[in-house]
Design a protein around this ligand. Structure first.
Ligand SMILES: Nc1ncnc2c1ncn2[C@@H]1O[C@H](COP(=O)(O)OP(=O)(O)OP(=O)(O)O)[C@@H](O)[C@H]1O
Length: 343
């Protein structure tokens, strides 16, 4: 178990600065998700932590020891790190047991460690098979076993569930993360999927413009994003034009409460809401609007509701019998997050 401390990490690929001063502290034994859109530099950061690449500036310490910095670069094999690359990347010519034993000493390979690790990730019966004889989910479990076998202090996982289809992805990621947690290793999981990051991690570190824009528990980054960009990266958002006055937002849906945000001044602002905050209510309550579209989504439906020039998506029960041109009343549940500046 160990902490990962990153201060001012910078890295360019050619002329393009991909990381422009990353600060991140990942606690001992915790799972930290690095969440950000494709191309924002998540893999670049992971490779720097692993020691595959060198920093341009800044410092990375593992367990308090500087492993990357202006005068230090500990080689990857000395960092006690396990790496699970995208789509597993198992050695095709080795059996499952051969893959899992790859990073072990000869003595360890003869001992119980391979069987123990396969049991930990629930694939004991696959030891003699070869990678092409495994399903995608099984390959990912074996890839985790290979990373865990040498008992690393830190496990780095680079979008390990990307290649799996959605249903399998949820199940495999739950099982793999549960197995990982049993080891007590600190872990950094790269993801571009907010739901996966929320379900897996203790802390979600949101990457934007080459920096960590916010690092906080999943509930916090979702309900109280530090910027409009963080709000967009962490899930669906609805921005309303607002005028801020004394901590309340005047909007087309009425005067709405906001989370305390010292950064948002009185005047023009954007109020960020999550879709589930905008709901239908009994007539006489909330604001009256007119349905323009009803879209069935299985367990709920989404109404597009017009309030004069403004059209908003509104969640409603799937059973709600309502169609275009009918009136509906809409209210906002809970506070929004206000950001200074107009839409
Ligand atoms: N070795 C390299 N040489 C040149 N450019 C690179 C190199 N590695 C990455 N890049 C560029 O750096 C940027 C960040 O890449 P990176 O792979 O770190 O992003 P990412 O957030 O992990 O993306 P994804 O989610 O798609 O894997 C991209 O524009 C990429 O094209």
């Amino acid at each position: 178990m160990t902490t990962v401390d990153i201060v001012g990490a910078r890295k360019s690929h050619g002329a393009r600065e991909v990381l422009s001063g990353v600060d991140l502290a990942a606690s001992d034994g915790a799972v930290t998700a690095l969440l950000g859109p494709s191309g924002c530099g998540k893999t670049t950061l992971l490779r720097l932590i692993a020691g595959f690449d060198r920093l341009d500036a800044g410092e990375i310490a593992l367990g308090g020891r500087v492993v990357s910095g202006p005068t230090a670069h500990l080689p990857p094999e000395k960092r006690r790190i396990g790496y699970v690359p995208q789509e597993g990347a198992l050695f095709p010519h080795l059996s499952v047991a051969g893959n899992v034993g790859f990073g072990l000493t000869r003595a360890e390979r003869r001992g119980p460690r391979i069987a123990e690790t396969l049991a930990l990730v629930g694939v004991s019966e696959l030891a003699a098979r070869y990678p092409h004889e495994l399903s995608g989910g099984q390959q990912q479990r074996v890839a985790l076993a290979r990373a865990l076998a040498p008992r690393p202090d830190v496990v780095l996982l680079d979008e390990p569930f990307n290649g799996l289809d959605l249903d399998l992805r949820r199940a495999v990621s739950e099982e793999v993360m549960a197995a990982l947690r049993k080891t007590g290793a600190s872990a950094i999981l790269v993801s571009h999927d907010p739901e996966e990051a929320f379900a897996s991690a203790d802390i979600v570190a949101v990457m934007d413009k080459g920096c960590i824009a916010q690092a906080a528990p999943p509930e916090t980054v979702y309900a109280a994003p530090a910027s409009a960009a963080v709000a967009r990266i962490t899930g669906p958002t609805i921005f309303l034009d607002a005028t801020m006055r004394d901590g309340r937002a005047e909007t087309a849906l009425g005067v709405l409460p906001t989370r305390p945000d010292p950064g948002c001044r009185d005047g023009a602002a954007r109020l960020c809401l999550r879709p589930e905050q905008i709901v239908t209510v009994a007539s006489g309550e909330g604001r009256a609007g007119k349905v323009t579209v009803r879209s069935f989504r299985g367990d709920h439906c989404v109404l597009t509701v017009a309030f004069g020039d403004l059209a908003l998506p509104v969640r409603a029960p799937a059973s709600m019998a309502i169609g275009p041109d009918e009136p509906v009343h809409v209210a906002v549940m809970g506070p929004g997050v206000a950001f200074s500046g107009a839409l």
